[in-house]
Design a binder for this molecule. Structure first.
Ligand code: AMP
Length: 440
């Protein structure tokens, strides 16, 4: 825990603890020059390294810096010390929206106002190719005027659940807000998945409880997949109609953001200043000058030179690196240097998981290793036979986007010298056609 009263970078005085996320603690802080209140998210560099979240952190930075909207929590700057990364963010004085629900469900007008602001923020981001994919109560904050602020845009891959092939894994909380197609891993449209989550949020605001709930996780998954829920008797007809269009398990049939904004119930009392804005108005909303606003986090710049011989990782997102260096003269690329021992292989790949798995299976076949999959790990193994000693290599694939992955390989058993020779002579050369950049 950071010390209250501690001064960061001679600029911010840390105040009280505000909350805890998956990998970070959030504190109130005061800008010593301007007196402005801010929230500072403190991320432990070690933890980020351990779980292979460097890309994720960079992505969050780039996305938050690019999206400026009255209902999206703003990131002011990024700083780092030896041990921590600090995100200096807009302070949401009103805390979490859902703490309001502790006092009971919201009146229809109040719920609608929150929903309108949520949809405005989501629409704004979607139009710029940014999908949240993890919309849930903890990400909905309020400022002192009760204005909704959506936080954590860009943290999407964090919420990814396990692939059916058991290979992709990241932390996974409650699926209560997650769209059926995301749970079923059928490959999904980020926009439609966000719309579903907005529907669940609206339901909870109006009902005071979740539409899909079961103490048994499997039963809960089933309810979500079939969109099995019922409306409490106080829901108006108009809101029932809208929710049935949003909570449609078929993403193709699910209502679009545009149509939600045309909906009669939604439009009531909606401030037209918040109506859909065209690209030309992005300046008015304070988009970062000179930074591309479309699909900022998923674009892989093919002009980047990949130097696999030197084994130097190139940033997956130039914007993120630019922004980091611009904001504090800090280059996070140093994070990579200390990341792994020589025995580990780590690389990024612009190929889908299935291609990576195929490639690893092919390599295993050529080396007479058998492949086992389970528990989120792919094992390339040889049991001891004659003069051959037992050897086992674990491979894990982490998804950042459906077409961009981080792969980690390490020896779990066997002779280190033989393993290192195998990597050098066979594995690395064979992987070269799917590797975008080597991290180690
Ligand atoms: P996060 O890691 O972003 O999920 O944040 C963890 C918790 O800290 C949130 O659920 C909020 O309660 C609190 N929090 C995060 N960001 C802010 C902020 N900008 N202003 C006030 N509270 C915040």
């Amino acid at each position: 825990m950071e010390k209250k009263g501690k001064v960061l970078m001679q600029k911010y005085e840390l105040g009280r603890f505000l909350g805890q996320g998956n990998f970070a603690k959030v504190y109130h802080a005061r800008n010593l020059t301007t007196g402005q209140s801010v929230a500072i998210k403190v991320i432990d560099k070690e933890k980020v390294l351990k779980v292979g979240m460097i890309e994720q952190t960079k992505r969050e930075i780039s996305v938050m810096r690019m999206v400026k909207h009255p209902n999206v929590l703003q990131l002011y700057e990024v700083m780092a010390s030896k041990t921590n990364i600090y995100f200096v963010m807009e302070y949401a004085r009103g805390g979490e929206l859902f703490s309001k629900l502790a006092k009971g469900r919201l009146k229809e007008d109040v719920a609608r106002k929150c929903f309108q602001q949520l949809i405005s923020a989501v629409d704004f981001c979607h139009r710029r190719g940014v999908y949240h994919r993890d919309l849930k109560p903890e990400n909905l904050l309020l400022d002192e005027d009760g204005t909704l602020k959506v936080s954590d845009f860009g943290l999407s891959a964090l919420a990814e659940t396990k692939h059916q092939d058991g290979l992709l894994h990241t932390s996974c909380g409650t699926p209560a807000y997650v769209a059926p197609e995301v749970l079923n891993r059928r490959g999904y449209d980020g926009a439609k998945a966000d719309i579903w989550s907005c529907g669940v949020i609206l339901f909870v605001l109006l009902a005071g409880y979740l539409p899909f709930h079961d103490s048994n996780l499997i039963a809960m998954y089933q309810k979500i997949s079939r969109a099995e829920y019922s409306f409490p008797n106080w829901f108006s007809n108009d809101v029932r109609k809208l929710l049935s269009r949003i909570l449609d398990p078929n993403p193709n049939a699910r209502i679009s953001i545009g149509k939600i904004m045309e909906n009669r119930w939604f439009k009531r009392g909606f401030n037209s200043r918040h109506m859909r804005r065209g690209k030309t108005e992005s300046k008015e909303l304070g988009m970062q000058d000179g930074i591309a606003v479309s699909a900022p986090c998923e674009v892989i710049d093919s002009s980047l030179e990949v130097n696999s011989k030197k084994e130097v990782i190139k940033p997956t997102n130039l914007n993120a690196f630019d922004i980091i260096s611009l904001s504090s003269g800090l280059d996070l690329s140093g994070l990579f240097a200390e990341s792994d021992s020589k025995e580990d292989i780590k690389f990024t790949s612009p190929h889908p998981a299935s291609t990576i798995v195929d490639k690893l299976e092919e390599i295993a076949g050529n080396l007479s290793l058998t492949v086992k999959k389970g528990g989120g790990v792919m094992k390339l193994e040889r049991s001891s036979k004659g003069r051959m000693r037992e050897l086992s290599i674990d491979a894990e694939i982490f998804e950042f986007t459906p077409s961009f992955h981080l792969v980690e390989m390490r020896k779990s058993c066997g002779d280190t010298f033989e393993y290192l020779e195998m990597l050098k002579q066979h594995v690395r050369p064979a992987l070269s056609d799917i590797v975008w950049a080597w991290a180690s």
